[in-house]
Ligand binder design. Structure first.
Ligand SMILES: CC(C)(COP(=O)(O)OP(=O)(O)OC[C@H]1O[C@@H](n2cnc3c(N)ncnc32)[C@H](O)[C@@H]1OP(=O)(O)O)[C@@H](O)C(=O)NCCC(=O)NCCS
Length: 398
């Protein structure tokens, strides 16, 4: 009986990311062209942890955007919907309500109106000031702009843009744009379909300008998204470099930090940072092999506004690059240095534990044994070396 019910219901269970169809439309003819569709990578932040949507057969959630203005079309299509009598009174999930929590008002539900609205992209101009330009060998031109929350008409545009984060960035949250410390960096493809220049959004980044005592700021890169049709073209790398260059021109910036990066973004940052460090005298092969130094931190901060944690990480990657791993002693020295860093927090905990015991305060009984710590550090080291090796491969390729 249960099997029969399961078979009956399985066509009504949709894999969320697979049914979310996104498009950045430049011309009305693309609306019917499947080849311009891209899928969401995740939807748990909208439709729940399991990423399934229940109750519809052949479900399609169409989220089409005009490429420049981001005029939005929402179309929810399906061939049939469960009825309570088919499944013990259980009703279909509400598809639209969670969507409307991330997509601001002003969207269209009529495809004809959406196609007509694409024409309005003709008058769209990027927000803020032009800070950089990138020309690819393919002939495509991209322009980088920076703006803040005071930019006229920008915040409603940003509301439409940020919805994309939910489909591509794990742990994404919308920022509080009433706080003027947010700063925005936007990437547009500049193109001309024949009747005038257009600017299609390709990606963006947000930066929060933290105050740093006594009279400086410490910008923190918060979210970076290159939209899927534009990924792996070098735009993300150029966006990060534009952000750093933008702040390099200001005398009141201490350094730049990055908020909780995804693995892919961390790898991108590692490649960028190592490339910068290797140009500095403090990072010559001889100096790197002698160990981490305050000179490295100072030079990288002064020249590139790099935060000391990024400098240390770049040092570790470059030291691995310069280490002759067939020389047993040299390789051992490298492993010892990394493990010493990994061991430091455990040592601190032990000291605190000792002080607590002396003061008669009971310590956590579940604290790790020495053997468990050694095993954990071994595992951590292995993962670090794999991760650094991937960066080294990318450095060698580029
Ligand atoms: C992480 C992210 C920002 C990277 O942006 P991107 O524009 O795809 O990155 P880039 O193109 O600059 O570089 C990525 C890779 O593409 C490669 N690449 C660059 N130009 C290329 C080209 N013309 N053709 C093919 N590959 C290219 C780069 O070399 C790099 O790979 P490699 O270093 O191994 O060679 C983007 O993938 C993204 O938005 N992901 C989803 C959201 C996310 O994770 N954001 C970060 C956390 S907030």
């Amino acid at each position: 009986m249960a099997d029969k019910m399961r078979d009956q219901l399985s066509p009504f269970i949709a894999d969320g990311p697979q049914v979310i169809e996104l498009k950045l439309v430049r011309d009305a003819s693309e609306v019917e062209d499947e080849s311009t569709t891209f899928k969401a990578e995740m939807c748990h932040q909208v439709y729940g942890e399991k990423e399934v949507i229940f109750g519809y057969k052949d479900l399609k959630i169409k989220l089409f955007y005009s490429a420049c203005r981001l005029t939005t079309y929402i179309g929810i299509e399906y061939s049939s919907k469960v009825t309570p009598d088919l499944c013990d009174g259980v009703v279909a999930d509400d598809v639209e309500k969670p969507l409307l929590e991330i997509i601001p008002k002003g969207y269209l539900k009529d495809l004809g109106h959406f196609k007509a609205a694409i024409q309005e992209d003709v008058t769209f101009k990027p927000f803020g000031s032009l800070i950089d330009r990138l020309e690819l060998s393919s002939g495509q031109t991209f322009e980088y702009y920076s703006c803040d929350t005071h930019e006229p008409n920008f915040l409603p545009y940003h509301e439409r843009l940020q919805a994309f984060l939910m489909w591509f960035v794990d742990g994404a949250s919308f920022i509080d744009t009433s706080d003027p410390r947010w700063h925005f960096f936007l990437v547009f493809e500049k193109y001309n379909p024949g009747d005038g220049v257009r600017y299609a959004i390709a990606g963006y980044g947000t930066v929060y300008e933290y105050y740093a005592y006594p009279e400086k700021i410490r910008p923190r890169i918060s979210q970076v998204l290159v939209l899927p049709p534009f990924q792996k073209m070098g735009l993300g790398r150029h966006l990060v470099e534009s952000i750093y260059n933008h702040y390099l021109g200001s005398s009141n910036v201490l350094d730049i930090t990055v908020e909780d990066p995804s693995d892919e973004f961390e790898a991108l940052m590692d490649v960028i940072n190592c490339r910068k460090c290797i140009t500095l005298p403090a990072f010559s092969k001889e100096k790197v092999k002698q160990g981490f130094s305050p000179e490295m931190v100072e030079e990288a901060r002064k020249s590139f506004l790099m935060h000391k944690d990024h400098v240390r990480r770049s040092y570790e990657i470059l030291r691995l690059l310069f280490t002759n791993r067939s020389d047993k002693e040299e390789y051992r020295q490298y492993r010892i240095e990394i493990k010493r860093r990994l061991y430091a927090p455990f040592k601190m905990n032990q000291k605190r534990g000792g002080a607590a015991r002396r003061a008669g305060i009971s310590t956590d009984e579940t604290q790790m044994t020495q053997e468990q710590q050694v095993e954990l550090i071994k595992q951590m080291y292995k993962e670090i070396e794999e991760c650094y090796d991937a960066v080294i491969q990318r450095l060698k390729r580029s």
